[in-house]
Design a protein around this ligand. Structure first.
Ligand code: 0L1
Ligand code: MG
Length: 260
């Protein structure tokens, strides 16, 4: 039987990731895992990854679109932390042998040009701090069986983070209306879903402002050079051996991942 604490919760989730063994929600065994405690677990889990040699490269938002909120049955966005251990190079296959039940979702990605520290950040001030906008795909892999979790569970699990790919085309945030930017999600060439940037909190810059303000409440900020994934625009699709999954945008270019 586990004696639950911030440390043991982080270790249980890291072990589930390393051993590719999904488990039930921690809140079923530790009902005291509330949202502030869950963010402490997430912080500890990232500290462990950094101790093991990984570097923090950015932040991601989750559950910023209605499609994702309805699918997961949670109506509140969250933040999580990106390390270089989650980076999938453009030509690298999705490592199915290292993951439990990966799913892929299209994302609009920011690279920060300036530090952005809340509180009081608006979408306009957030966008001013962005250097470039990119197409992205995130591979999520919940450590919970069947992706079934409460908000504290998924926050503690670093929002199901597993891998992500950022497209090579860098677009100025001032050169397009990101609310109108359209994305087609394809699996083996067949369109499975579509969305525009408006799916992400009305405008991806609103999600960026939300992240800056939420981080400020925990004494943190977004730094220049960091990557920000603004949240899945559509529901995520399962990835199986042989699949090629694409996010094809009107102005941001296209990103594809394949699973060997
Ligand atoms: O981008 C996202 O909305 C990721 C949410 C993470 C939770 C999940 O869908 O497993
Ligand atoms: Mg995501």
């Amino acid at each position: 039987m586990t004696t639950w604490s911030v440390d043991t919760a982080a270790d249980v989730l890291l072990a589930a990731e390393a051993k590719r063994r999904d488990r039930g929600p921690i809140t079923e065994e530790w009902p005291e895992l509330d949202l502030p405690t869950a963010y402490r677990v997430q912080k500890r889990l990232i500290e462990r990854k950094v101790e093991a040699g990984e570097t923090v490269v950015g932040v991601k938002l989750g559950l910023t679109s209605r499609a994702k909120q309805e699918r997961m049955g949670i109506d509140s966005p969250l933040t999580a932390v990106l390390t270089d251990g989650y980076v999938l190079a453009a030509d690298e296959p999705v490592p199915l042998d290292q993951l439990i039940h990966p799913r892929v979702e299209p994302e609009i990605v920011f690279v920060m040009g300036k530090r952005l520290a809340g509180p009081g950040i608006t979408a306009a001030t957030a966008l001013d701090a962005v250097e470039s906008v990119h197409a992205g795909l995130e591979i999520i892999d919940s450590r919970y069986t069947d992706f079934k979790f409460t908000l504290p569970d998924v926050v503690a699990d670093n929002a199901s983070s597993a891998r992500f790919v950022v497209g090579g085309k860098a677009v100025s945030p001032k050169s397009l209306d990101l609310a109108l930017e359209a994305c087609v999600l394809t699996v083996n060439g067949a369109v499975t879903d579509t969305a525009t940037g408006a799916a992400v909190q009305g405008h991806p810059a609103e999600a960026l402002a939300l992240a800056a303000n939420a981080l400020a409440a925990r004494g943190e900020a977004l730094e220049a050079g960091q990557i920000v994934l603004t949240g899945g625009m559509t529901d995520a699709v399962f990835v199986r051996a042989g699949d090629q999954i694409g996010a094809e945008f009107t102005s941001l270019g296209s990103v594809f991942v394949t699973a060997a």
